[in-house]
Design a protein. Structure first.
Length: 58
């Protein structure tokens, strides 16, 4: 059948180097996600502190 898909067409051969590369990509993504989340949380905290300070003054 021409429309038949083989396993290797969709999933590359499992090699140690591929597994290590995937793990490194996941680690880098997680690190970037955590840094972005921390920056966002800090920005929110600063904004809330600023709004609270303005409420006390006004």
């Amino acid at each position: 059948m021409q429309n038949e898909i083989t396993f290797n067409d969709r999933f590359p051969e499992v090699k140690e180097e591929n597994i290590k590369a995937m793990a490194k990509r996941r680690e880098e993504y997680s690190l970037q996600r955590d840094i972005r989340a921390r920056e966002d949380n800090e920005a929110i905290a600063r904004r809330l502190a600023k709004e609270k300070a303005q409420e006390k003054q006004g």
